[in-house]
Write a protein that binds this ligand. Structure first.
Ligand SMILES: [Zn+2]
Ligand SMILES: [Zn+2]
Length: 552
């Protein structure tokens, strides 16, 4: 068979039209390679949902073809769904040492055993018939890689999450020589991170944060509480280095941070000498200017250490007005409200609060326009597939690529579930598979569907009304009741008239039914609909209505 007759399929199961739950499939003949298995944090309207994972029913329908899962880095939007997915699809997982270290810790929590294969960055390896090479990328977590995958139609390159940081904290910049070598071999398609494509120019280096930390540490009179993503070891390292310089001991608050720091120290990705660490209980024994507390809570999560501290409900420690709080982070889309509430509460306590990108304590981990162009120009792929972005990011990426001279038919905007067929000279969308959201709620997976979510939204918006009554089976008339109670609907004390009218409506309903001898009708449904219509007509609200009906 000539090269042109071969074809492969690329199917994104998540990560398009959203930031989160990244998962992409490359299918060649009877073999499937999965790249990443991430989760997404819920948006405001997903009430009571802990997080969202990709729908893998397509993979489960051809389990025997799946050769393995390849991980680009250790962020939750790339590894967070693994515990749930491995339960149904226990295939080998490949990644760099730090990524697998974080995965291992996560799987332990869920008591899941997995077949983890550590890769050496830059070395070639095989998964099924796919020949794969990883290359170093810089991002907001160490040990991030992109992948070059040899397929029957040509070389497919995945950027992974990346920026082109020329001064990375770990001294390991993106591997430009490998990228140039890949270009020499000819790249058929690049699947590219578009998260930060709206930003012109170049994303500042992670190392720029250190200068701001220096300023803060040199001026703070009291204790410093520093909050960042629990996996941003580059930033944590910079905080540690500056703390050492200013003779501050370090306490760690929050389970995820304690766990992650332990993993990163053990694997050599974080340099934190034992003598620098103090127990959180001993913070009060040191003078305030000798203390740095690294804390969780960068997203304003309800039970995180910083939020508990802010609410005075953290057991071992309390905030006081001489403290400085540094939020070296930015809200993940969807968490803006929680974070802004937290920042407000901190200001209310009279603390010194330093937060966000404009204060210089945060930089993005994703490439801006000039870096994306540079990656495209180095690799010179024939085809481009924007990935890891909201829909607008994908479109802006397309325009950016067109400005580099790419014809629009060589850039394909996909949606989750689209099946893209790729030959040596053509990209075609040929099919669509299931790729919706699977909601994880506490320990349950997928048992909360859209109907339950809709009910929760209704409950939150319009409340609930319960109507109960006792019927005489022989006459069909009401013996007791109707009693109407409500929660979150209207202020009952001021709505006596409304509820009295509703009661009369119900009494009338059953009188009419009895008169017309309609004993066969579904009384419960009728009661429900009557009151729903009544409340909607009177006050334009649609509460959840629960009719309780006894007959004797
Ligand atoms: Zn990432
Ligand atoms: Zn990501």
């Amino acid at each position: 068979m000539s090269k042109n007759e071969n074809k492969i399929r690329i199917i994104p199961l998540g990560g398009l039209g959203e930031i989160g739950k990244n998962m992409l499939i490359i299918q060649q003949n009877d073999e499937i390679l999965v790249i990443d298995a991430g989760l997404m944090f819920p948006t405001d309207e997903m009430l009571g949902i802990d997080f969202v994972i990709p729908d893998i029913s397509y993979l489960l329908s051809q389990k025997e073809k799946v050769r393995g899962i390849l991980l680009t880095h250790g962020h939750e939007d790339h590894i967070g769904a693994l515990p749930y997915i491995l339960k149904d699809l226990n295939v080998p997982v490949y990644g760099t040492p730090l990524t697998l270290g974080l995965v291992e810790r996560k799987l332990e929590e869920y008591s899941i055993r997995a077949n983890l294969h550590s890769i050496v960055v830059g070395e070639r390896f095989k998964i099924g018939s796919f020949v794969i090479e990883s290359f170093r990328q810089t991002h907001s977590i160490p040990d991030s890689v992109g992948y070059a995958i040899e397929t029957e139609v040509g070389l497919i390159v995945l950027s992974g999450d990346f920026k082109l940081d020329q001064n990375p904290i770990d001294g390991k910049p993106t591997d430009f020589s490998k990228l140039a070598e890949l270009r020499g071999r000819g790249v058929l398609a690049l699947i590219c991170d578009t998260t930060n494509v709206e930003q012109a120019g170049i994303t500042p280096s992670e190392s720029t944060v250190k200068g701001t930390f220096e300023n803060i540490f040199s001026q703070a009179k009291g204790r410093i509480f520093l909050v960042t993503f629990a996996s941003n070891f580059h930033r944590i390292q910079q905080a540690i280095d500056v703390a050492m310089k200013y003779h501050r001991k370090i306490a760690i608050a929050g389970k995820s941070l304690i766990n992650n720091i332990e993993v990163a120290r053990k694997l050599g990705y974080l340099h934190l000498p034992d003598e620098m660490i103090i127990n959180i209980r001993d913070v009060n024994h040191l003078s305030p200017e000798k203390v740095l507390v690294l804390s969780t809570g960068s997203q304003g999560e309800p039970y995180s250490a910083l939020v508990l501290l802010t609410n005075n409900s953290y057991k071992q420690l309390a905030l006081n007005p001489t403290d400085t709080v540094v939020l070296a982070t930015t809200p993940i889309p969807g968490n803006e409200v929680m974070v802004s509430r937290l920042v407000d509460q901190l200001f209310r306590k009279g603390l010194e609060v330093i937060y966000g990108e404009s204060a210089g304590v945060h930089v993005s981990g994703h490439a801006a326009q000039e870096e994306i162009k540079m990656l495209i120009n180095i690799l010179k792929p024939k085809f481009l597939i924007p990935y890891h972005g909201e829909y607008r990011h994908l479109v802006i990426f397309k325009k950016l690529a067109q400005s580099l001279g790419y014809p629009q038919e060589n850039i394909k905007i996909l949606e989750n579930g689209y099946v893209l067929e790729l030959t040596g000279d053509k990209m075609t969308i040929v099919d669509k598979v299931d790729a919706g959201n699977v909601y994880v709620d506490g320990l349950g997976v997928g048992d909360v569907g859209n109907i339950v979510l809709k009910e929760r939204r209704k409950l939150a918006e319009d409340g609930v009304v319960v109507v109960s009554l006792l019927l005489d089976q022989s006459t069909g008339l009401i013996l007791e009741g109707p009693e109407i109670i409500s929660k979150g609907f209207v202020f009952e004390k001021e709505s006596d008239d409304l509820f009295e009218m509703a009661r009369q409506k119900v009494i009338k309903l059953f009188q009419d039914l009895a008169k017309n001898n309609k004993s066969k009708v579904d009384k419960k449904t009728l009661l429900k609909e009557t009151l729903e219509n009544f409340f909607y007509q009177e006050i334009r609200r649609k509460p959840i209505l629960i009719p309780i009906l006894w007959e004797i």
